[in-house]
Write a protein that binds this ligand. Structure first.
Ligand SMILES: *Cc1c(COP(=O)(O)O)cnc(C)c1O
Length: 341
């Protein structure tokens, strides 16, 4: 789409075609150097591993125009590392992490005209995918893979201001089981979450909170965001032991809570029942898309808990201000997280 025709002040989170993508192919046992190409479709065998058995992974990151109009990325080397971990889980040959970050920067530069202006609060969402495009019949890894990095301009997550969401704790569905692929950003983890999301939205909730698959008691995460709660004055979050996606926003929030807010942080099992007690004072969820989203209320069956007045909590708000301040270079980046393109 012609960038001149985009209304950058009214973007949502919808697909818009941009100019250039990065493509690298894995053939004969190695990844090639990769190249920039005009964004476009490509041919794929009906027998491709990705089409038949879901052998594919992805990432999600954002390029922003910071206050000074410089273009920045947030901890892209962490996405590179996670891409490697996801790749290993489903036997995709890993991609060189430095080359990945370099490719991301190239794609962002080429699509510069699509980065929303600083004052719009939007970003250029970056979507790397790595897929098995070689043919296969039995369930097994293929011989050929593709890394594609494309971009889409997106609006701010809170176009109407920083607001909480209402969530349903699902008793019916789970997302990941011990020993499975929950910690990897594999394509196959997401198709199964569409029906739970649709059903809960029909009931008026924004998303579901998934419980652990074994006991149906401990919180795993929220749709595509990690979960946090202030309980007894400490910041608690489900520990990362294979069934939750290890979010980069999650990791950053933990570091900000420890270093900047001097909070005690506990990575532990959190029973959903704890959310219904007075000792739990605020909850929120985190992700590249969701940033830090306050949770106003949670419900399971007919039991509902509203946190405070339903307004974003004090700690949630502070964490949000610090994280977004660092990301947009409005406050000093003491952690060295922001990378200029
Ligand atoms: C991507 C994702 C997250 C958030 O990870 P970030 O690195 O913070 O964007 C959380 N949960 C799931 C299931 C995800 O796919």
């Amino acid at each position: 789409m012609d960038p001149e025709k985009i209304d950058f002040y009214n973007l949502g989170f919808n697909y818009i075609e941009t100019k250039t993508m990065f493509v690298s192919d894995y053939k004969d046992g190695k990844w090639d150097e990769g190249r920039l190409e005009p964004f476009g479709s490509f041919e794929i065998s009906p027998a491709a591993g990705i089409l038949n058995y879901g052998q594919g992974i992805f990432e999600g990151m954002k390029a922003l125009k910071a206050k000074t109009d410089v273009i920045v990325l947030f901890r892209p080397e962490e996405n590179a590392k996670r891409l490697t971990e996801s790749a290993k889980r489903i036997l995709i040959p890993p991609y060189d992490e430095d080359k990945f970050v370099k490719a991301v920067k190239q794609v962002v530069k080429e699509n510069k005209a699509y980065i929303p202006p600083y004052d719009s609060g939007g970003a250029l969402y970056i979507r790397p995918i790595m897929i098995g495009n070689g043919p296969v019949l039995g369930v097994a890894p293929v011989e050929e893979y593709k890394l594609i990095i494309f971009t889409v301009p997106v609006g701010p997550y809170f176009p109407e201001g920083f607001q909480g969401i209402n969530l349903e704790i699902s008793k019916k569905y789970t997302r990941a089981a011990p020993g499975g692929t929950g910690y990897a950003k594999t394509c196959c983890n997401y198709a199964g979450t569409m029906k739970p999301a649709k059903e809960t939205k029909q009931k008026g909730f924004a998303q579901v909170i998934y419980l652990d698959a074994v006991n149906k008691e401990y919180i795993d995460e929220v749709g595509t965001a990690n979960f946090f709660a202030m309980i007894n004055g400490k910041l608690a979050t489900p520990k990362s032991t294979g069934t939750i996606l290890p979010g980069i926003t999650r990791k950053s929030v933990i570091e900000i809570a420890l270093e900047k807010l001097n909070l005690t942080v506990e990575e532990r099992d959190i029973s959903y029942k704890e959310l219904f007690e007075d000792s739990c004072t605020e909850t929120f969820c985190t992700g590249t898309a969701a940033v830090i989203t306050p949770i106003s209320s949670v419900q399971i069956d007919d039991k509902k808990r509203t946190f405070g007045s339903g307004e974003p909590g004090e700690i949630t708000t502070k964490l949000y201000e610090i994280l977004t301040g660092i990301q947009r270079l409005e406050i000093e980046d003491e952690f060295g997280w922001v990378v200029k393109v």
